[in-house]
Ligand binder design. Structure first.
Ligand code: GDP
Length: 768
């Protein structure tokens, strides 16, 4: 017997489903809802009742909101007589303007069949019970969830909604008077990046609690002062019918360093980093300087290790950074921080120039800072000063007496010999450099050290580089903001302000910043916080889209634009001979615009320090018969440093030449996609050996570019997959954790325990 749905009947008669339902129940038929079907006979009866009642059937109930909204004309196959039914063309002529809220509900409307998902035993309940009650009824939860899935919000709010131009209800309650929804504002509002939830609510002029509710619906659990996620914010705004346009926070005016007023510049103390080979006496020298000077001036004062200290000699100050070594120096520089003015290179007189001495020289040179040599351990009988001088000269570090420009000082950190002379020479060097800063402006500096202190919360040592830092100043440090609550100097004394070249511990950070972060005082605290939040958001993306320091595209484009004058290269090789040969050949490349500069070369594997130097100097690393270990590769990846590995000298040189000419071909790079372990083998005469495998990680793809057989870490065969099966079925792909059968083309010598590694070959833009 044919049937008709109640809402269809209502539609036909131009009545509401509710009216029809009322009539149906009068006929003694219970348990129906608007999507229920009734037999056509009954439908006929109802139709007659209404006609008999000579009810003037309304033409069409046009809800008020329909007046405000043009609706797309949806083709309805059901409406058409059977014979006409067939493929219909949508008759949407123009993209109608739909209120987002309504549009959303239309999307969420279930197909009629959704009704079936509601368990029969609950239908009646649903129809007759009010939702509150409904929720508390034991065992109803699942049905409730089902309904929520069908119509997430409206159901229990019992508001009308519409579909196909009709007003429908799921239940018996009187329809609430229709409230005109807020029309979308035509004006597009701006959404500054990094605004808090509270500020966001203000921008869109919606109640904060409503905004938070919406965020929660989207799965975000923001607190009032948390920065809003831009995408989520746009969705939330949209749900209120508000168009938003994100725009980045303009940092320039706030953070950019204003051009320096030359008249206001005053001499400032130099900032020193001590470098040198391990065990040559860097720490001893730092201690010797601190002891002889700091405790002397601050009698009885307890020296604080805050990452840097300031000493005074003949009324002049010198600042020493407490972390010796070129790693810290270069990693700070890689982060964009320029802190050091002078490097004191410690060379033990009994040991002479060692690999890290050379590294330190190259790191200092790459940073373009002055180098003062401290020949240490002169108290030792085996000290050989002239040998040290000779060796240093080989690396371009020549003393003044030999006609060079480097200051040499002989010291003994242990015996406290020559310390004062060293300090005097540092001051002399600084004088030549005419180091200046404007003390009369908002402070700028760099984070030297940061930690989470148990009692004091996040604390960081800031090296003030220009301006004056005061208690109460609002500031930005990298992605964090704060307000100076207290300032403590390197002697543990509380101070109220800190001028240029002063290391000072700052209390008042919201979070722990990172060493190397740039510290800037910002006029308004709110602004500082806003920028910090914006930066945090940006960082999320930056993590994903790593900024490469130098790529081929960039290199060649930069050459063309005249932006790049030097191509910095670091060479690491297995033997001195090849390193030298590559270095010489590269430095002899003649290019009209670019000078190839080898900033560092040495024998040995590629280490973290090489990567940091490359990162700080936008250099490329060339490895000859050496490889970086996995940790170093990770750092390189993180820092965007290009490492190129070769085992033919000619190839290394040729590649650099080609890159300089923009002729480097895209590189084919192999990428392992999955590994499977052979657990059983089956020899089938027609096919060969089938390897019964278990996929250990990744996935094995039938169309892999290759597969290699690895036995005891040695590649025994490399070829192609002939077939990939799961339970006799040919498959395209098998994921980790599943078993499969693999046949390798022309290779039958597969053994249990072999590892099969599938790989694909990717074309990557050639990089140098
Ligand atoms: P670092 O690794 O460069 O920081 O070197 P350290 O400062 O730790 O010193 C390494 C070793 O050399 C320690 O045992 C020091 O006592 C010793 N040392 C440092 N300076 C001198 C010095 O001037 N004379 C002598 N004889 N030994 C020194």
């Amino acid at each position: 017997m044919s049937k008709i749905r109640i809402y269809e009947l209502a539609k036909k008669l131009g009545l509401t489903s509710k009216t029809i339902l009322g009539e149906i129940s009068k006929l003694g038929i219970k348990g129906k809802i608007h999507t229920s079907s009734i037999e056509t006979e009954i439908a006929k009866k109802i139709e007659d009742i209404f006609r008999k009642k000579s009810v003037k059937l309304p033409q069409k109930v046009v809800p008020k909101r329909d007046l405000a909204v043009k609706k797309p004309v949806k083709p309805s196959v059901e409406k058409l007589p059977k014979e006409k039914a067939g493929p219909t063309k949508p008759e949407i002529e123009e993209e109608p303007e739909i209120l987002p809220e309504i549009a959303k509900h239309e999307e969420q409307l279930p197909p009629e069949e959704e009704e079936l998902k509601i368990p029969d035993r609950f239908k009646k309940e649903i129809e007759t019970e009010k939702m509150e009650k409904f929720k508390t009824k034991p065992g109803m939860q699942r049905a409730f969830q089902t309904i929520r899935k069908i119509e997430p919000k409206r159901w229990y709010e019992q508001k009308p909604f519409r579909k196909s131009g009709k007003v429908k209800t799921f239940h018996k309650e009187e329809r609430k008077p229709y409230i005109q929804p807020v029309l979308p504002r035509k004006k597009i509002l701006k959404l500054p990046e990094g605004v808090t939830v509270k500020e966001f609510a203000e921008i869109i002029s919606v109640k904060l609690s409503d905004v938070i509710k919406k965020f929660m619906e989207l799965g975000y659990m923001p607190t009032i002062n948390q920065s809003v996620d831009t995408d989520a914010a746009l969705l939330v705004a949209d749900s209120f019918g508000i168009k938003l346009e994100p725009y980045p926070v303009e940092e320039d005016t706030v953070v950019e360093e204003a051009p320096e007023d030359i008249d206001k510049l005053l001499p400032r103390p130099p900032v020193i980093t001590i470098m040198g080979h391990v065990d040559h006496g860097k720490t001893s020298l730092l201690d010797a300087i601190r002891e002889t000077k700091v405790t002397e001036t601050e009698a009885g004062g307890i020296t604080q290790h805050i990452g840097a200290y300031k000493i005074n000699l003949k009324k002049k100050d010198i600042v020493f950074l407490d972390t010796p070594g070129h790693e810290a120096f270069t990693s700070m520089r890689a982060r964009g921080a320029k802190v050091t003015d002078i490097v004191v290179l410690v060379v033990a007189a009994d040991d002479g120039v060692m690999p890290q001495t050379i590294e330190a020289i190259n790191h200092a040179k790459a940073a373009n800072v002055a180098i003062v040599i401290a020949i240490n351990k002169i108290d030792k009988p085996e000290a050989n000063i002239s040998k040290v001088k000779n060796e240093l000269a080989e690396h371009g570090i020549i003393s003044e007496e030999w006609g060079g420009k480097n200051i040499f000082v002989e010291v003994s950190a242990k015996k406290r010999l020559g310390i004062e002379h060293l300090l005097e020479m540092i001051l002399l060097q600084a004088e030549v450099m005419e180091l200046k800063a404007n003390p009369d402006r908002k402070a700028r500096g760099t984070i030297i050290e940061a930690k989470l202190d148990k009692g004091r919360g996040p604390v960081a040592t800031v090296l003030v580089q220009s301006g004056n830092l005061n208690i109460g100043d609002a500031f930005l440090a990298g992605i964090h903001a704060g307000k100076v609550r207290a300032l403590i100097d390197d002697t543990g004394k509380r101070i109220s302000n800190a001028g240029p070249s002063t290391p000072v511990e700052v209390i008042g950070f919201q979070d722990v910043p990172s060493a190397g972060d740039i510290f800037t005082v910002v006029e308004e605290e709110k602004r500082a916080r806003q920028i910090a939040l914006a930066r945090q958001q940006k960082q999320k993306f930056a993590d994903v889209e790593k900024t490469r320091k130098l790529t081929l595209d960039e290199l060649y484009a930069k050459i063309k634009e005249g932006m790049i004058k030097e191509l910095n290269i670091i060479i690491k090789g297995d033997v001195q001979g090849s390193v030298e040969a590559i270095k010489e050949a590269l430095e002899n490349i003649i290019h009209p615009q670019v000078k190839v500069k080898v900033i560092h070369s040495s024998v040995g594997g590629i280490n973290e320090s090489d990567v940091m130097l490359a990162a700080a100097s936008s250099a490329i690393i060339i490895g000859f018969n050496v490889r970086p270990d996995p940790v170093v590769s990770q750092t390189a990846e993180k820092e965007g440093v290009d490492i190129r590995l070769y085992n033919v000298i000619y190839e290394a040189i040729d590649n650099v030449k080609k890159a300089l000419e923009g002729l480097l071909e895209p590189m084919l790079k192999e990428k392992a996609i999955g590994r499977a372990e052979v657990r059983e083998t089956f020899a089938i005469s027609r096919i060969g050996t089938i390897a019964g495998c278990y996929v250990l990680d990744g996935y094995i793809v039938r169309s892999s570019d290759g597969i290699r057989v690895i036995r005891d870490s040695i590649i025994v065969y490399e070829g192609k997959i002939a077939s990939l099966k799961r339970f006799k079925e040919d498959v395209k792909e098998v994921q980790a954790g599943y078993e499969c059968g693999i046949v390798i083309e022309n290779f039958n010598d597969i053994k249990v325990g072999d590892i099969l590694e599938a790989y694909i070959i990717e074309k990557v833009a050639a990089k140098l």
